[in-house]
Design a protein around this ligand. Structure first.
Ligand SMILES: [Zn+2]
Length: 316
């Protein structure tokens, strides 16, 4: 699942580049297939809709919405011999987004869960509160005649932010990559409460009173370099660190993420009733906290990392 190496077959949980490879037979949801159409054009792609079982002699595999971006899916594998249920979350998001399918918690016996923000300090304020702060700040900047730049990753986060900004009545111009993905979202049936406007900046065309939505790093920076009175807002869960992860430090950095915070990760383990937990990606500390709560939990990081516990994990 989510192999980064080319495989004969692999489930791709969602269209982010750190989860994909050009497998011979990738298994994806229809919306992930739409988002990865160019990337997978030489593959023999198998699409599987949410809730539609894929039967093999040994097991049933079913995909459920993961809430992380359009098309993102969790995979539930149930053994026909034992009835045991293994759930792989991929990246997921607990708080709802107006631009993708909401997370569906899936009861399971064994949970393989991402741990991106698997440290207790990554506790995010409620999303509505973060958005209200963002809106107020942006209005203040606009009222002073400044040029606000809002930064978010190209796929998923940016379309979600764009939807929120348009719904709040802001005029937004959008970097090309984000714009193209937003068009694919529209093709998939997502509606935005306002116009999608492509930014064609470098020539100096930045309409007054508009926000610019662009990705972090160089791709965004080349767009707005040369403009004066810029104000930069970063929206990322890493805001909690108070450090810059994206090169130039934003004027304001707010904790808005497409991943669960620490409490939501722990809450999800409870909610799905998992008896064993494996964590992947992110921080090994989460597995330690789960062990302290009584869950047999192990962090899998793909290296020869020593585990800090004597729990005997059940082998599948
Ligand atoms: Zn992702």
């Amino acid at each position: 699942m989510d192999s980064r190496r080319k495989r004969d077959s692999s489930f791709i949980s969602h269209a982010h580049s750190d989860h994909i490879s050009r497998h011979r037979v990738p298994l994806v949801t229809p919306n992930t297939a739409l988002l990865l159409a160019d990337y997978l054009k030489k593959s023999d792609t198998v699409t599987l809709a949410y809730h539609e079982p894929l039967e093999t002699p040994e097991y049933t595999l079913t995909l459920y919405p993961a809430g992380h971006c359009l098309g993102s899916a969790q995979a539930l594998v149930q053994s026909k011999a034992t009835g045991e249920r293994v759930l792989y979350t991929g990246d997921f998001k607990v708080q709802s987004s107006p631009t993708n399918e909401p997370l569906e918690p899936v009861p399971c016996d064994i949970l393989i869960m991402e741990a991106t923000y698997g440290r207790p300090q990554y506790t995010f304020p409620p999303q509505e509160q973060v958005l209200a702060t963002a809106f107020n700040t942006l209005r203040t900047w606009l009222s002073r005649g400044e040029k606000p730049v809002v930064q978010g990753w190209t796929l998923g986060k940016s379309q979600e932010i764009l939807h929120h900004l348009l719904a709040e009545g802001f005029d937004v111009v959008v970097e090309e990559g984000i714009y193209r993905v937003a068009q694919t979202y529209q093709e998939a049936g997502v509606t935005f409460p306002g116009n999608l406007r492509l930014f064609n900046g470098n020539g100096g065309n930045w309409p007054d009173g508009h926000l610019l939505l662009c990705p972090p790093g160089k791709r965004g920076r080349v767009l707005f370099e040369g403009f004066r009175r810029l104000r930069i807002m970063e929206l990322t869960g890493w805001a909690i660190d108070g450090r810059s992860h994206w090169g130039r430090r934003g004027d304001v950095t707010l904790p808005f993420s497409d991943h669960p915070d620490f409490n939501e990760l722990v809450g999800y383990v409870r909610q799905v009733g998992a008896k064993h937990v494996y964590t992947v990606n992110g921080f090994p500390e989460l597995a330690g906290h789960l062990r302290a709560m009584g869950y047999p939990a192990v962090h899998l990081d793909g290296s020869d990392q020593a585990q800090a516990t004597g729990f005997q994990m059940k082998l599948l």
